[in-house]
Design a protein around this ligand. Sequence first.
Ligand code: FE2
Ligand code: FE2
Length: 167
Amino acid sequence: MEERTRQNVYTAFIGEAKAYFRLLAYAERAEEEEIPQVALLFRAIAEAERVHATRHMDLVKDLVVKDTDTNLLNSFKREQSISENEYPNFIQAAEEDGEKAAAITFTHARDAETYHAKLYERALYDVIKDSTRAYHVCQVCGYVTAKKIPEKCPVCGAPKEKFKTIE
Ligand SMILES: [Fe+2]
Ligand SMILES: [Fe+2]
């Protein structure tokens, strides 16, 4: 694919992926305002944008998706970099601005990302390839564990009911 078109497809993918989440938030708002038909419309179009995002991603897969070892390594590096660089900067700025809620979500995300990095690292060193274990994801902060669901999330303190199991 020509470079310009490939960049455009990737840009379109990002736009559609963002629209998916934005429209779901709009739907929630419409529900709060008790306009269920509009909520449904936002959900339907969100689903359509998800279809577009998936289709665009399919076209640029060769640009984004490599073999699994490379994907694990890239994901590990990304988690490391975001938890060591981006989030600490975001946290500092939020604290300077007195933005407590943002500082807390950034802190939770930073801490959860370090666990994500560890899980990728273990996968890279082949520790998990022969096992079939469920993962448990904290729906508050994004902490992930392959061990049993903790009584309290070690990152955000959420109770065990807040965990979703991926199996
Ligand atoms: Fe992550
Ligand atoms: Fe959590």
